[in-house]
Design a protein around this ligand. Structure first.
Ligand code: ZN
Length: 76
């Protein structure tokens, strides 16, 4: 194989790798931006600990004392 063909192939592979990385990166960023809403904030009624959990749960267990708490909305 001629060295210039080899070089051209090498450049093409590098370019493709860059494009793939760029696409993967932008997809990850988009998923991050439009992903599930912010985590729900919970405040423990027993020990006062404030923590977060998935937005689709209504009750979450306190990591400090284990009490189940309802979601707490700062904006309310
Ligand atoms: Zn607690």
């Amino acid at each position: 194989m001629r060295p210039d063909v080899l070089l051209a192939g090498y450049m093409t592979v590098m370019l493709l790798a860059l494009v793939v990385l760029w696409i993967a990166n932008s997809m990850r960023r988009r998923r991050f931006l439009s992903g599930p809403a912010e985590d729900r904030v919970f405040r423990c009624l027993k020990c006062g600990s404030v923590y977060t959990d998935d937005p689709d749960v209504d009750l979450s267990r306190c990591p400090q004392c284990g009490k189940m708490n309802e979601s707490f909305d700062f904006r309310a």
